[in-house]
Design a protein around this ligand. Structure first.
Ligand code: ADE
Length: 242
């Protein structure tokens, strides 16, 4: 997968070259290119923003500089892009979005700052290829950069070969619509607390049932909205207690 990020703070995206993502890049599974938006400005101050039409606080990012930047970045690779614009007013980014993005050949991220990017940029590119404005949660960040780190990490770990054990991605929270239950490792007793007996029983059926019950219990307590949204056919007879 090819990932392009256009930002006024390329240094902010340095973590994309670390850890799991760095290894995925080294292995050729993802290819990341960072682009400094200011290199498409033409004035000495490298201005990227201007006052909003209609008044109000904050500044809006200028469409000309974004247009030149995105035209050049998109033309720099032949794979068909999906443009992703992180914004608090976007559609929610979820595990389902991550799974959909993991099937794309190319994601191009446009990081807005200030009060956002002139809307005509999104409207213009939407006529050429898929464009999504996405929010990573109901809170406001200073810019899209931290959101890009979140989205790229969530997507990259789903790509074949990125995780050591592909079952981790298949079995984690949200993959079955539920939160994951608790996990334990050695020692058997730590500070007076024993690992639940059933996990040491070797009875795989009982272990699977126990894990399912803990996932249901945790989801009911912490995220009743997820449980309520679960289609009937995703619950079995033994689940009905929750
Ligand atoms: N930019 C500012 N706030 C954001 C959010 N919650 N999600 C995505 N991008 C943002």
């Amino acid at each position: 997968m090819r990932i392009d990020v256009v930002t006024i703070f390329p240094g902010y995206l340095a973590p994309l070259r670390e850890s799991l993502l760095g290894r995925a890049a080294d292995a050729g599974l993802i290819e990341v290119a960072l682009h400094d938006l200011r290199s498409w400005t033409h004035d000495v101050h490298q201005t990227v923003d201007d006052a909003p039409y209609g008044g109000g606080p904050g500044m809006v990012m200028r469409p000309q500089v974004w247009g030149e930047a995105l035209d050049a970045v998109i033309a720099s690779d032949s794979r068909p892009p999906r443009l992703v614009v992180p914004a608090p007013a976007g559609r929610s980014f979820t595990q389902a979005t991550a799974r959909a993005y993991a099937t794309e050949q190319r994601l191009v991220f446009a990081c807005g700052r200030y009060e956002g990017i002139d809307q005509r940029v999104v409207d213009h590119y939407s006529r050429q290829f898929p464009v999504d404005e996405v929010s990573i949660g109901d809170y406001v960040l200073v810019g899209g950069e931290a959101a890009v780190l979140v989205i790229v990490e969530a997507v990259a770990r789903l790509l074949p070969g990125v995780l050591g054990n592909p079952r981790s991605a298949a079995e984690d929270s949200f993959s079955d619509g539920l939160l994951e239950g608790p996990a334990y490792t050695r020692p058997e007793v730590w500070r007076g607390q024993a690992v639940p007996e059933v996990l040491r029983s070797g009875n795989h059926g009982a272990i699977a049932r126990w894990r399912r019950d803990r996932a249901l219990e945790r989801t009911a307590k912490r995220r009743p909205d997820l449980l309520a949204a679960l289609p009937e056919d995703r619950l079995d007879a033994a689940d009905q207690a929750f």
